[in-house]
Design a binder for this molecule. Structure first.
Ligand SMILES: *Cc1c(COP(=O)(O)O)cnc(C)c1O
Length: 395
């Protein structure tokens, strides 16, 4: 039975729909609209569409639906809605759930655009937000009020890789009837079971590990059928954040190799984190898989592995960090992550440039900090690349 399949099998087969040709690989239905056999059929479909009946690609499309069904099966969610990007997913989930006068508690360490939505957009529509240090369950407890509607967090924060206790936050939120919305990009579907841990709504930017080869933007929101179909779908189908069928197809292919890729990338990330910890030009390595990480045991309980991204601080500041970046050969300077290619960025001058120096300091983003997304290259080459660049600082 498909429901009993293991995650790796679901990633390859769940949600498949075959046309009359019986194709092995999923078909790309690159169509905006759908033809009705007669006027009565068109009328009936607008009243209620069956599972294989579509109206318009902004509402749904067979290729997109395969991707949604496969993802829902994989995460054990009742339903899913795919979006044009990760940010369309975050915006759709928050804007469809919240209204003026609602109270939100959010972790402070957020991806730049998530912070913009929570800090600037929600307040514009009269939603009150309290920010907390996501690692501190007492801070969540103090901030959650009887009228709190929703708690928002990234399970593993960017770029300092702090771990948030999803079970702990869910328990506190559910005690007052608040929902828990988790952006789970860094932990990937391979290393976490966010819905089993108690979260209500799960969000991914599929641009990252799900595509995994740096080609397409995409996102997905997962949750109960009631939330997805009655709250989220009306918002997204009328505001236009739908995923393109072509991108959905790329993401379907990405899911087939996701487990293999993430496990290989995580194994290399752990090896590199250990090697960096021993280098004399490195003052700090942030990776949940290291026993030196302050939340190592929580990370292991929640994720079993440390993930595919690590951050490290070089001795000195911006000049030294830039010197290391510019000396790298294999590892590319770029701000994306989850790619087969290893990618490194200097958060203080790129992804977190918009923040003030004080805000960066509060988040632990120093001028010497570098974030490395570990790819699928031979780990020997990656280690050699990093070591020879870092050796320049002490030469
Ligand atoms: C990349 C990312 C997003 C946004 O995803 P896009 O597909 O770029 O819109 C949101 N949250 C996190 C944690 C991310 O890494």
């Amino acid at each position: 039975m498909a429901d009993d399949w293991k995650p790796k099998t679901k990633m390859i087969h769940a949600g498949s729909r075959r046309s009359q040709y019986g194709e092995v690989s999923e078909a790309i239905f690159l169509t905006q609209g759908f033809v009705y056999p007669d006027a009565e059929a068109a009328e009936a479909r607008f009243i209620e569409s069956g599972p294989d009946e579509f109206i318009y690609a902004r509402y749904g499309n067979p290729t997109v639906r395969m991707f949604e069904d496969r993802f829902a099966a994989l995460e054990g969610a009742e339903d899913a809605f795919a979006t044009a990007s990760g940010m369309a997913a975050v915006n759709g989930a928050l804007m469809s759930l919240l209204k003026s006068g609602d109270h939100v508690v959010s972790a402070r360490a957020l991806f730049g655009s998530c912070l913009w939505i929570v800090e600037n957009l929600l307040s514009k529509f009269g939603v009150e937000v309290t920010f907390v240090d996501g690692r501190d369950l007492d801070a969540w407890k103090a901030a959650i009020r009887p009228d709190t509607k929703l708690c928002f967090l990234e399970s593993l924060s960017n770029p300092t890789l702090e771990v948030i206790d999803i079970k702990g936050v869910s328990k506190l939120a559910h005690a007052v009837g608040a929902l828990v919305v988790v952006d789970n990009v860094f932990a990937t579907p391979v290393f976490s079971r966010v819905l089993e841990d108690g979260a209500d709504v799960l969000i991914y930017s599929t641009t990252k590990h799900i595509d995994g080869q740096g080609r397409c933007l995409g996102g997905v929101v997962l949750g109960t059928q009631d939330f997805i179909r009655k709250t989220l779908e009306p918002y997204l189908k009328h505001t236009g954040g739908a995923l393109s069928p072509f991108n959905a197809w790329v993401m379907l292919k990405g899911l087939e190799t996701l487990d293999l890729r993430c496990r290989a990338q995580a194994a290399s990330a752990l090896a590199l984190a250990k090697a960096l910890e021993g280098h004399r030009s490195v003052t700090r390595v942030l990776f949940p898989g290291l026993t030196s990480h302050p939340q190592h045991s929580l990370a292991m309980a929640q994720m079993s592995q440390g993930g595919t991204v690590l951050s490290f601080e070089v001795q000195g500041g911006k000049a030294e960090a830039f010197r290391v970046l510019n000396a790298l050969d294999v590892i590319l300077i770029s701000n994306n992550l989850g790619d087969a290619k290893s990618i490194i960025t200097h958060p203080a001058t790129t992804t977190h440039q918009r923040l003030s120096a004080d805000q960066r300091a509060a988040l632990g983003i120093s001028d010497g900090l570098l974030r490395l997304s570990v790819g699928l290259e031979d780990v020997v080459d990656l280690q050699e690349d990093l070591t020879s660049a870092l050796d320049l600082l002490t030469a």
